[in-house]
Design a protein around this ligand. Structure first.
Ligand code: ADP
Ligand code: ZN
Length: 542
């Protein structure tokens, strides 16, 4: 009896799954038939089967070996192990093999017995390796090329790999061999880069929804972050497992200690801890119930715990990709889960400064600033968070078309559930900017946000007296607004790039775009700061 080449039969026989998910079937059919494909699917969506099933089907049809390019060594090892266990002959070539090991793999490759070969991207720059692929191709024994983590070809992405640029040449070198590129990160920039640099202009794109409908998004203004976190944990997530992300190792440790002192089972995790400790904490998090992991971004890659009920951010992530990835670790089981973040003026200032002070090239900095601005826009947004988040990845869930009306509601984010009050801050923004201008004019130096707000509100302090700032025409022109409102104005002006926060003292300075705001050409709308809700108002309190 000839072995099955029908994809569904193969799925049952080799993988033991009942049916394909989402776009899998369409992708598999397309690639088996020899088409190129671009696959966009969120993490956990099932990308691997999209090339594994075609690889097996084409091998059984006598079309030879599939080459899978992947930058993740651990993933290669796992997948090869699992495939071999399922009776599919697979191997990998990467830096972990010694010469003898590599030679053994090469023999298998050339023999035609191998179904799938996982290769690190640098292999593609290796002439010896290419000569082997040439030879396979000449004999019609190169069945397909899969390029995993395809976003690595883009500098816009966060993990650009030089070697990925070489993958484009495979298009000309191996005509007729279907290529499939897969990624979980693809905003519009990245997607365009993938199509262009991998020469996938003819590829059919299969775009899965990135929506995680069971995750409830909330971004709250930072007031007293610890108290806010504690209220969130006690009111909404008593006894639940979750992750609290902090930016620095020190903050991770302090926060974990403090949570334990508050009676919450919490463990720290960051790259500065001993490997032993990290492993132990990770194991406990996976096995025990209701543990809170306080962690830096070092925690989470490859963690597959289905019942993480919340992900909290005490600090701003680097960009929207990071936010999506980190919050995506909540609710893998499909049950309701929370993505909760506190965010304030200091976060904006810090993130800006980290970029400005980094030694990266200017165009890279500009990229990072662009990404930070997109994240800040999400944090400051008055509209549906989910819609904004998905729009960033090029997905329109409102059904209103590109740029369609801002008032579509997902019904499961803070802004949809409890629409914020808006106020027109255009005039306030002009006042703040002209006050910053006066500082420079009067003193020849800039001042920080705290002092600016004092002057605007006409609050007399040692500093306002000493610097003679009580004589400025802008002293007290904003007495009608609260301090929280002013913080919102300044935060928004920095987020929008009209104000720059510079140097060791975070002094504020006008940017070129400030002029348009001063002239009243830019309308600025802000959310009304909310008083922290009293505990008794919580929806889920007993
Ligand atoms: P990704 O690479 O997109 O993050 P994986 O390929 O690792 O996702 O798949 C995620 C999980 O879903 C794996 O455990 C995989 O076995 C499982 N899976 C994928 N497709 C199916 C399917 N059709 N039926 C059942 N389980 C599936
Ligand atoms: Zn919403």
């Amino acid at each position: 009896m000839s072995p099955a080449t029908d994809p569904l039969a193969l799925l049952h026989e080799v993988f033991g799954y009942a049916q394909f998910r989402g776009h899998q079937q369409a992708i598999v059919d397309h690639v088996i038939a020899g088409g190129d494909a671009l696959v966009l699917m969120p993490t956990g969506g099932g990308k691997s089967l999209c090339y594994q099933v075609p690889a097996i089907a084409r091998h059984r049809a006598g079309q030879g070996v599939a080459v899978v390019v992947s930058p993740l060594i651990a993933l290669m090892h796992d997948q090869v192990g699992a495939l071999e266990e399922a009776g599919v002959h697979a191997a990998f070539l990467n830096s972990t093999l010694d010469a003898a090991g590599a030679q053994a793999v090469e023999r298998e490759l050339l023999s035609g017995r191998l179904v799938m070969l996982y290769a690190a991207p640098e292999r593609i720059t290796n002439p010896r390796f290419l000569a082997m692929l040439d030879s396979l191709h000449e004999r019609g024994r190169l069945s397909l090329v899969a390029i995993d983590e395809a976003h690595c070809v883009s500098q816009w992405g966060h993990d650009f790999r030089e070697e990925y640029l070489q993958l484009g040449q495979l298009a000309d070198r191996y005509p007729g061999v279907p290529r499939i590129a897969l990624t979980a990160t693809a905003d519009e920039h990245t997607r365009a880069d993938i199509l262009d640099r991998l020469q996938l202009g003819q590829a059919r794109a299969f775009v899965s929804s990135f929506d995680r409908p069971n995750i409830r998004y909330a971004i709250v203004e930072k007031d007293n972050a610890r108290a806010q976190l504690l209220r969130f944990l006690r009111d909404e997530h008593e006894g639940d497992a979750g992750i609290v992300y902090c930016q620095s190792r020190r903050k991770v440790e302090e926060t974990a200690e403090w949570l334990v002192a508050e009676g919450i089972s919490a463990l720290p995790y960051h790259a500065g801890l001993d490997a032993d400790v990290r492993r132990r904490h990770q194991d406990r998090f996976l096995r025990e119930e209701g543990l809170v992991m306080v962690a830096t971004v070092a925690f989470g890659m490859g963690i597959d715990k289905p019942d993480v009920r919340f992900v909290a951010h005490l600090d701003l992530p680097k960009n929207i990709e990071g936010y999506y990835q980190e919050t995506g670790r909540a609710g893998r089981d499909g049950e309701p889960a929370d993505a909760w973040m506190t965010y304030g003026l200091a976060d904006v200032v810090n993130q800006r400064r980290m970029i400005d002070e980094s030694t990266a090239a200017d165009d890279f900095k500009r990229l990072q600033i662009g990404k930070l601005e997109a994240l800040l826009a999400l944090a400051e947004s008055l509209d549906c968070r989910r819609q904004r988040l998905l729009a960033y990845f090029g997905e329109d869930i409102s059904g209103a078309g590109q740029g369609g009306g801002g008032r579509w509601r997902c019904g499961n984010c803070d802004n949809c559930l409890n629409p914020p009050q808006r106020w027109d801050a255009t005039e306030a923004a002009r006042k703040a900017l002209s006050c910053v201008y006066r500082f420079w004019q009067h003193s020849g130096i800039g001042y920080g946000a705290g002092h600016l707000i004092d002057v605007l509100r006409g609050k007399s302090t040692d500093k306002t007296r000493e610097r003679g700032h009580e004589q400025l025409s802008t002293f007290g022109i904003g007495a009608d607004l609260s301090e929280a409102q002013w913080r919102g104005v300044v935060r928004q002006l920095i987020a929008l790039g009209h104000l720059a926060s510079e140097g060791e003292y975070n002094t504020l300075a006008l940017t070129d775009s400030a002029r348009a705001v001063l002239r009243g050409e830019v309308k600025i709308e802000l959310r009304e700061p909310r008083e922290p809700a009293p505990r008794t108002r919580s929806s889920r309190s007993r």
